[in-house]
Design a protein around this ligand. Structure first.
Ligand SMILES: [Zn+2]
Length: 523
């Protein structure tokens, strides 16, 4: 099954090459030599030397297979989508800005009938395609396959392999019912309607989770150099200490990153205060520490409602924060304490989260909001700068993927994961600052070429690895069934709406020791 990295030599000539440590406003013009998927050289004069027939040490006796003219273009390190889920790709545009808990019920797989293998493949491809088109070369997919099916897992991984994006895959799971981990749900919903709450994250039935995870690691970990594995407990409050303890052992022995959602919403914070009061002083960070998961391999997605003392513990442990500003706004979840994280030395990675709570897989949106939202609670001048946002979207993401030093920068020895962006697009005319115009002006329109692992997967804005038209037609066909299911789920959720909103209001009334909204809640 495993195939080696693309064996070819590509010369990208005469482009501005973005270097985090160099002039981020006007990166110098240089050439990039890619040999067998690795950046062999990044400097000016390579193309000229080749033109003169000189022998390059980095090239040896190899010939150049492809030359890409990057005149008036920018070479950017590929973005790392550090928090993403492929399971609801086909639900983009289905929801307004509804509260997180309501969205969980409406969008997550346990609410839906089992999907077809064809749908799993198609949605994985569409999501990966959207990522690639906006310059992402790595996606960290925390995917729910519910009910679990080996064939679905296989189809998902094969889709990533086929389209050619780099993927860190983590199966998402929990071993406690979602309804139990959302404040007041069981209290306010009448017993005869509680069955409908099952959609909010359900444990797999009849599956030995630790064994399944060990088996996946053993069978898939060397599948392809572009695909690596991680562990994905959906959120600490939905997992038992026993399960999390086993994950800590597996993460440690196999050196696997762990992704989890934490304090995304006010409700997820209140439940910690309610259910973890005795042993963990109401803190999920203390809980993670107790079970051995607060380590440099832990990636805490969202981290919106985090207390100052918890931020200190995270910094001390060397764990990472992954912010998803677009999804947080769309699910009415509040704004993360960006400036506090930066002040305490935590440099977050950035994600685009689900397709039905974001709804775009677009790192330009995430970077712009990351930079802008820091000002919501802090009018004083200060970070993050545009270059900080780019660092978070690349190197920051690489750290959470366990791929630091391999992806995220265009340096010799690093993997050739990059995008080539048109600097003649109005976004860059005039060119005052590459870093600032990437973060504050560009929206993805200028992304022309994307190279992953030394392979051109987007050329002239078109994907080279799959038949995009056939995929579109297949999705149209699959939507005939999915649309019916979406309607049925919406009907069921609508019937629960008065109760769910009552639970929300009760949640808002309890003091949880911090606030991540602005204003007084009335405007
Ligand atoms: Zn998520």
């Amino acid at each position: 099954m495993a195939t080696s990295t693309t064996r070819s030599v590509i010369l990208v000539k005469n482009g501005r090459v973005y270097d985090h440590a160099g002039d981020v406003h006007l990166p110098p013009i240089a050439d990039l030599l890619i040999v067998d998927g690795i950046i062999a050289a990044a400097r000016a004069g390579i193309a000229a030397a080749v033109g003169r027939g000189e022998t390059l040490v980095e090239l040896g006796t190899r010939a150049i297979d492809q030359t890409i003219d990057a005149t008036d273009k920018l070479l950017m390190p590929g973005f790392v989508n550090a928090h993403y889920h492929s399971h609801d790709v086909l639900l983009k545009g289905c929801f307004e800005t509804i509260p997180l808990e309501l969205w969980l019920l409406s969008a997550l797989p346990p609410s839906y009938p089992k999907r077809s293998t064809a749908e799993i493949r198609a949605r994985t491809l569409v999501g990966a395609l959207e990522c690639l088109r906006s310059g992402m070369t790595t996606v960290q997919d925390l995917a729910t396959i519910y009910p679990f099916d080996e064939e679905h897992l296989e189809a998902l991984l094969q889709a990533y392999e086929d389209i050619g994006i780099r993927c860190v895959f983590a199966l998402q799971f929990a071993d406690m019912a979602g309804a139990k981990s959302i404040p007041f749900w069981e209290e306010v919903v009448p017993p005869e309607q509680r069955g409908a709450l099952a959609g909010a994250v359900e444990p797999f039935q009849g599956v030995d989770l630790p064994k399944l995870l060990r088996d996946i690691v053993a069978s898939q970990r060397r599948r392809h150099p572009r695909i690596s594995l991680a562990l994905g407990p959906t959120s600490p409050e939905r997992c038992t200490p026993k399960l999390l303890g086993k994950l800590a052992e597996l993460s440690d022995s196999e050196k696997l990153p762990v992704y989890t959602h934490i304090y995304e919403s006010r409700a997820m914070t209140l439940i910690a205060r309610q259910t973890h009061a005795a042993q963990d002083e109401g803190s999920l960070i203390s809980y993670l520490k107790r079970v051995g998961l607060l380590t440099p391999r832990m990636n805490l997605a969202h981290s919106v409602w985090m207390l100052p003392a918890e931020i200190d513990s995270i910094a001390e442990a060397g764990a990472h924060i992954v912010l998803n500003p677009v999804g947080n706004l769309k699910t009415r979840s509040g704004v993360a304490p960006i400036r506090t994280y930066l002040r305490k030395g935590l440099r977050p990675a950035l994600g685009c989260d689900n397709c039905s709570c974001s709804d775009a897989q677009n790192m330009f949106q995430s970077m712009k909001l990351f930079a802008g939202l820091a000002a919501v609670s802090q009018p004083e001048l200060g970070p993050p700068t545009a270059a900080d946002a780019i660092w978070s979207a690349t190197v920051g993401g690489a750290r959470t993927a366990g791929l630091e030093g391999q992806i995220g920068a265009l340096r010799p020895g690093m993997a050739a994961d990059l995008s080539i962006i048109d600097l003649t697009d109005p976004s860059f005319v005039p060119l005052n600052s590459v870093a600032r115009q990437i973060v504050f002006t560009e929206a993805g329109r200028g992304v022309e070429t994307v190279i992953v692992d030394g392979r051109v997967v987007i050329a002239d804005r078109k994907v080279t690895t799959i038949d995009e038209r056939a995929l579109r037609e297949e999705v149209a066909d699959l939507m005939k069934v999915l649309r019916r299911d979406v309607e049925a789920v919406a009907k069921r959720t609508d019937a629960l709406l008065p109760y769910l909103m009552e639970a929300q209001r009760k949640t808002w009334q309890v003091d949880i020791g911090l606030n991540r909204y602005i204003g007084n809640g009335n405007d």
